[in-house]
Each structure stands twice: as C-alpha cells, then as structure tokens.
Write a protein that binds this ligand. Structure first.
Ligand code: F6P
Length: 368
C-alpha cells in the first residue's frame, strides 16, 4: 500500500503546447479537493536544481486562486525548457569545459528534501522518458502526454495537437486565395520533427496538393509532375505542406544547429523545397514557415477538455496508488499505460493508415 500523499508537485517540460495551463488547473483543483497541497516547479526541473536562480525559490505554491482563469491560456504559468534534461544536464568541469551530467539521483533527493510525495510531469517523449527514469529511482510519478506533434505512443491523442492542426488548417485556407491570385506555389513548413501528423491532418483538411512528411522520403520531381498535372486541369496554383523533419529520398532532415543537452534544432526544409520546385516547375514558389505559431493561442475545446480530463485522471491515479504510468486517451476512456511502454518509441504516421490512403484517394502527392 502506497504512503499517504500530502504534497505533490507539477512541472512542464520540453516545448510548450496549448492545454498545459488547463492540465495544471485540473491537477490543482482535484488535489485541493482531496486536501493535498500542490507546488509547481519552474522551468522543467530547473526550479529544484537551481533554486538560487529564482527570486521565488523555483518551487511555488499552487492554489485555487493561482489557477483561476487560466484554462484558455496558451503557454505555461510554470515556464518550461528543452535544455534542462537532468539525465544529460549541461555542466562545466573545473577547466571550464562543458559536458552532460546525470543529475537524476540528486533530483530524487531534492524531491524528498522539499517534502514532495509525488510528481505529475507534463511532457512529450523526452520529458516523459525523464519521468520514467525518476520513477525507476523511486519517485512516485504520473505522466501527462503533451505535444503538438501527437507522436506519443499509448494515447490516441496528446493535448495541443488539435489546436495546432486547427490553426495550420486556417492558415492553409487563407493561403489559397493569394496563391490563386498570383498563380504561385505556396510551400508551408509546419512543425513535426519525427512524425508528420500535423502536416498530414492539416494538409488534408486544408486541401493541399502535396504533403511531405518524415515517414515518406520525397522525390521533388514527383511533386513537380503533380503540380504540372494540375495545370492541365486549369488549376494554376498549388499548396505544398512540408513537415520540418521531412527529408528527400536518400537524404537528411535540415538541421540548423546542435547544442549540448538538447535535440538538434530543425528548420529550412520549406525554403529548400520551394527553391527546388521553382526550378523544376518554372512557377514562382514562396515559403511560409508556421513554426512556433502552431504552439500559440488558446486551446481548442477538444484540447481543453482533454487537458482537464488528463489532469483530473493524473490525480486519481496517484490516489489509487499508481506510479510510473502515463494517462492516455483511449476513447471513451482515459486509461493508464506504463511510462516505459509509452516512451519506448514514437508514434509515427503508418504509410498505410487511413489518412494517408484518404490523401492518396484525393490525389494529394507525397512525393513518392
Ligand atoms: O516537440 C514539438 C516541437 O514542436 C517539434 O516539432 C519541434 O522540432 C520542436 O518542438 C521545436 O522546439 P523548440 O524550437 O522550442 O526547440
């Protein structure tokens, strides 16, 4: 039987996603209704690891008042980071050289020192992988799946994805008129590091002519042929959606930089695709990078509800004595899956999934 809970912590790690604040609110109110105290750790685990850097001490009390009126707000009231992986923490040795240190053992002790009985960790595959390591070291942890990329296994949806797709679709709708007016090819780069779910769903809904995703390496001569074919049907413009992690057949994704303690920064594939398509088609091609705009704004109703359900379920999981699990959407239920299983590998787009088949039926090119 797990020890009785008095005080829990919540943190948000990795890239932000619309719905984080809604989860925080649901956790705080559900926990308060059980008589538990809730604290928030600033910027992933940095509030605990570097308390001296925070005027408020890095760990702040969260009450019903703190979380009032935040359900509809994007971002996270706790702050987040994708540079603070405690298992690979950027640290300087005595000669001033940087290396990645494992600070997870120290972190588990800091939870104890701060009298925190359990953690509810909101994050994507990276942050939930860290949560799993902490659970293995004895911390009671429940994970909540967040990412606009929707690439976490074990859950039908992560919160933030629906909002990102809705916004990307609206942008595609808006680009149609200007593309048609100027007879241009508009190449729209969206986020999607390893998985093309945003590009795929927005591309189909926003009636794109081509969708390029990491799972299907592309050949631009095929895309150019499909754009030329549109001409024969009297369509003189085209919309191409490309995920930032898409790569040409036999080639690599466009990496901007690689820094210590964080993932490679991707970007530039849209510009590259536009340049090459212009040469291949002779048409004027322009690029629009939606990038971080996809992470902003108010969560859709779907994402709000999912976030509130996830937050409440995470508190119920702790009350039931669970640890090392992630809350997951399995309609109509929210269930629990082991963190180890959810973070084993990513949920990428299967080449034979219904959405890919739908796109192909509608004549959308994947450049393959
Ligand atoms: O994980 C979500 C994501 O949106 C990825 O698609 C993207 O590569 C990454 O975040 C970019 O994050 P940042 O610019 O904050 O490092």
């Amino acid at each position: 039987m797990a020890a009785k809970i008095k005080r829990i912590a919540i943190n948000t790690g990795g890239g932000d996603a619309p719905g984080l604040n809604a989860v925080i609110r649901a956790v705080v109110i559900s926990a308060a209704n059980k008589g538990w105290e809730v604290v928030g750790i600033r910027d992933g685990y940095n509030g605990l690891l570097l308390p001296q850097d925070y005027p408020d001490g890095g760990v702040i009390p969260l009450t019903r008042t703190t979380v009032r009126g935040i359900t509809h707000l994007g971002g996270t009231i706790l702050g987040t980071t994708n540079k603070g992986n405690p298992a690979k923490y950027p640290t300087q040795d005595k000669h001033g050289r940087w290396y990645e240190a494992d600070r997870t053992g120290e972190l588990v002790k800091l939870f104890k020192k701060n009298k925190i009985d359990a953690l509810i960790a909101l994050g994507g595959d990276g942050s939930l992988g860290i949560a799993n390591l902490l659970a293995q070291k004895g911390l009671r942890v429940i994970g909540v799946p967040k990412t606009i990329d929707n690439d976490l296994k074990g859950t039908v949806a992560t919160f933030g994805f629906d909002t990102a797709v809705a916004f990307a679709t609206e942008c595609l709708d808006r680009l149609h008129s200007t593309a048609e007016a100027h007879r241009r090819v508009m190449v729209v780069e969206v986020m999607g590091r390893y998985a093309g779910w945003i590009a795929l769903n927005a591309g189909i809904s926003g009636t794109a002519d081509a969708i390029l995703i990491p799972e299907i390496p592309y050949d631009l001569s095929k895309v150019a042929d499909s754009i030329k074919y549109l001409e024969t049907r009297n369509k003189h413009f085209a919309i191409v959606v490309v995920a930032e992690g898409a790569k040409p057949r036999g080639g690599q994704a466009c990496v901007v930089s690689k820094e210590l303690g964080r993932q490679e920064k991707l970007g530039g594939v849209g510009e590259q695709v536009a340049r090459e398509l212009q040469e291949l088609t002779g048409r004027e091609c322009r690029t629009v990078v939606l990038g971080h705009l996809l992470r902003g704004g108010s969560p859709t109703t779907f994402d709000r509800l999912l976030s509130l359900r996830f937050g409440a379920a995470a508190v119920r999981a702790l009350e039931e004595g669970r640890s090392g699990v992630m809350v997951a959407l399995d309609p109509p239920k929210v269930r629990y899956v082991p963190l180890a299983q959810a973070t084993q590998r990513l949920k990428t787009v299967p080449r034979d999934c219904d959405s890919v088949l739908t796109a192909r039926s509608l004549g959308i090119s994947f450049g393959d």
